[in-house]
Design a binder for this molecule. Structure first.
Ligand code: DGJ
Length: 736
């Protein structure tokens, strides 16, 4: 190994160190074993990092404890270690045990991952090479670092150099072995309309495992996980996967006080051929160390905005009016145009026709796959789109391209397009089947439908829905189980690639029965995702808080829905629904054709407020202050990079009796700046020093509006604050 003087990478005889702007990851070579000896806050370059770990593991060991204690960058079944392993092969001779020995480390180009999306714009990449001589298989791991975020992108590649075929039975993209136990695992749990709730699990000695076999990253779990390190070590780790199919995350802590985290694609019933002379490259995982939870979110947001979402979409997204919640399937041209008229009046920028414009679709039972204009409803999409554009709006439309209804022309002409095991009837869900996207003719069919729609009415925006899970995952004996999930995802990504190559500025918002496919893989193509079908602001506080922990505001669609939530029956005031929608890509999704003048003008003000501040709201640094002690209020502050301005939002979920001293602490402001604070919608203004706002908080209870009888009637009360730095002013005596 030669010396390397690059700033981000130090490679010496015994040590390899890679740095991000504020973290370091250090490996030590001992014999043919490479150990991870440190991952944490940045440390200075040195000749020797022995101080970080005194273990001297031998590769050929006689003691199982040596093997268990070794912190490695991957792990295989069958070499004496009974910890959870990241890699398992079935070799040509039927053996399952592989023994990959470390060969070399070197700077490399960040590889493209065949068929899978991955992050762009890395500064440097380290390649670690291992070899299993018995089976002639090379294992390469890639660690890429970036100039402007502490996230490290990691992927793993296996190349079979032998003349024999092997099978991959499990393969994580990334393994981090670290010290200690007692990690607190933060993960998302959820279900339809309750996606990405934060869940915490304290793991002492044992295993935490989550994953899905639903065929998509799913409502139930999400590949994003975060770990709070034990108090002695401090700080957090976070992980995610640039992949939208079945996935698996595992954390194991042992009695020897070491912890292994593996992140990767799902391996249920996996038998992925690794043919002689061929390579397989895993999806890309990302990992991150941050000193606190806040920092994890900031770094992840930055990474997604600068290295995942395509640059052409890093701009102000249009304010949408979507007709779904107001109309369902019941609309016609004149109704759509009434919506468009109102949308234009209140300053919205995009009118979206949701489900029901095609084939014979008047309910959920028919026509998926028949992407032909239902002229009796639309009056002709081509002219409808023109009329909408004449009103100064962009035109958007809904599709669910991956699906087929049993009652459809497509089913009649091509029943073989359905994903199924030919020996069994496939399972019907939401009255629909999944198309077998791994077939070339299905890919061509879907692409053709989209191309025709583009030619007909050139939508500026497509809402790409996906309303069921994958069952019957079978195409052939080679394409079953999670190997099918992988092939399906590769086909979907290839379809997106092809569409975006031809229509690079087409804004696709993905959706999966709400937020069932909210992940970094989708974000590589669709820069915003419909967060959840739950539009009740009280529930949304949790869903959005969870989502924003791992994903940026620019990825999260958030609409103002109707006053009485159809799902919960809760009545929520417009001002509070507005405050929640401000947190993401803002839109409106209720019947604005029925609004009176007062409501319309209120909406108009809200739209204009959002438009005025959306650069900051979508791309500013997002700070989530801890909720107050009782978890009754959440305070979120979005701050500009120069800290000159901010928008803060307070969501108070409960009025606590006889407790007048609630303080609402903001965060992320410059301690030394003095800010003018304006409560949106009120005359009230005051100035305060950043330090006070960050550390002490504001006593704002008196500003929460009461209803006419003088009571807080709502289950949620919100305040939106606008902060601007005041130049040359001293805060002394100026607080309130
Ligand atoms: C599920 C989505 O989440 C909704 O917003 C809507 O588009 C429906 N599908 C349409 O079927």
């Amino acid at each position: 190994m030669g010396a390397n003087t690059e700033i981000f990478m130090q490679i010496t005889e015994n040590f390899i160190k890679i740095d991000t702007p504020r973290t370091s990851l250090i490996f030590r070579r001992y014999d043919e074993l490479l150990e991870t000896i440190f991952y944490g806050a940045k440390v200075a370059d040195a000749q020797n990092y022995d101080i970080l770990s005194s273990h001297k593991h031998k590769y050929s060991h006689s003691c199982i404890d040596d093997i268990i204690a070794a912190n490695t960058t991957f792990s295989c079944y069958g070499m004496g270690c009974d910890r959870k392993f990241s890699l398992s092969l079935k070799n040509f001779d039927g053996g399952y045990a592989n023994n990959f020995l470390f060969r070399r480390a070197q700077a490399a180009e960040k590889p493209e991952i065949p068929g899978l999306p991955s992050s762009y714009g890395a500064r440097e990449t380290l390649m670690l090479v291992y070899y299993d001589e018995t089976y002639d298989i090379e294992l390469r791991q890639y660690y890429s670092v970036f100039d402007d975020t502490d996230v490290i992108a990691v992927s793993t590649c296996l190349e079979n150099k032998s003349p024999h075929d092997a099978f991959i039975r499990s393969m994580a993209s990334c393994q981090l072995d670290t010290d200690g136990y007692g990690y607190e695992i933060f993960s998302y749990t959820g279900t339809w309309a309750r996606e990405r709730y934060c869940s915490r699990t304290l793991l002492n000695v044992g295993v935490f495992e989550q994953g899905t076999v639903r065929g998509s990253s799913s409502h139930a779990v999400n590949p994003f996980i975060m770990l709070k390190r034990p108090a002695r070590m401090g700080g957090y780790y976070a992980f995610n996967l640039v992949y939208s199919g079945n996935h698996k995350e595992c954390v194991e802590s042992t009695a020897m006080h070491s912890t292994r985290i593996t992140i990767g694609m799902g391996d249920c019933c996996l038998e992925l051929p690794l043919q002689a002379g061929k390579a397989f490259h895993s999806p890309e995982a990302v990992m991150l160390f941050g000193e606190n939870r806040q920092n994890i979110s900031l770094q992840m947001h930055r990474f997604v905005n600068r290295h995942i979402i395509r640059p052409q979409f890093l701009k102000e997204r249009p304010v949408a009016v979507n007709i779904w919640e107001a109309c369902r399937f019941d609309f016609d041209r004149s109704k759509i145009l009434r919506f468009a008229g109102r949308a234009a009046e209140i300053g919205a920028e995009l009118l979206v026709i949701d489900d029901g414009w095609f084939g014979n679709r008047n309910d959920e039972k028919t026509s998926l796959g028949d992407w032909t204009d239902n002229v009796s409803k639309t009056g002709g999409l081509e002219t409808l789109a023109e009329e909408i554009r004449k009103k100064g709006l962009q035109f958007g439309i809904w599709m669910e391209p991956e699906m087929i209804s049993p009652e459809s022309d497509l089913m009649r002409s091509h029943p073989e397009y359905v994903l199924q095991n030919p020996r069994r009837r496939p399972i019907l869900m939401r009255n629909q089947y999944v198309l077998d996207l791994t077939r070339k003719e299905v890919q061509d069919y879907i692409y053709g439908c989209i191309e025709r729609l583009m030619e007909l009415c050139s939508p500026d925006y497509i809402k790409w829905d996906y309303n069921r899970v994958i069952t019957d995952a079978y195409h052939s004996s080679d394409l079953a189980g999670d190997a099918y999930s992988l092939a399906y995802m590769k086909a979907l990504y290839a379809l997106f690639e092809k569409i975006l190559r031809k229509y690079p500025n087409l804004l696709i918002e993905s959706c999966a029965a709400g937020g069932g496919r909210f992940d970094l893989g989708m974000l590589c193509y669709t820069p915003q995702i419909w967060t959840s079908d739950m539009t009740d602001a009280v529930e949304r506080v949790h869903i959005q808080e969870g989502t924003l922990t791992g994903y940026p505001q620019s990825a999260m669609s958030a609409h103002i829905a109707s006053e009485i939530c159809e799902k919960t029956g809760r009545r929520i005031r417009l001002r509070d629904r507005f405050a929640l929608a401000l947190e993401g890509v803002f839109g409106i999704e209720y019947d604005i054709t029925r609004c009176g003048a007062a409501e319309l003008s209120e909406l108009k003000e809200y739209v204009s407020f959002y438009k005025e501040h959306r650069g900051l709201l979508l791309y500013g640094d997002y700070f989530l202050a801890e909720s107050d002690e009782n978890g009754e209020a959440a305070v979120r502050t979005v701050v500009s990079a120069d800290k000159e301005e901010a928008v803060a939002e307070i969501f108070k979920r409960k009025q606590i009796f006889n407790c007048e001293q609630n303080k609402y602490r903001l965060s992320g402001l410059n301690d030394d700046f003095v800010y003018k604070i304006q409560i949106y919608g009120m005359e009230t203004q005051f100035t305060a020093q950043g330090k006070l706002l960050n550390s002490y908080g504001l006593e704002l209870d008196k500003y929460f509006p009461k209803d006419r009888s003088g009571v807080y009637s709502n289950e949620i009360n919100t305040l939106v604050l606008l902060l601007k730095r005041v130049q040359g002013q001293n805060s002394e005596g100026n607080y309130f």
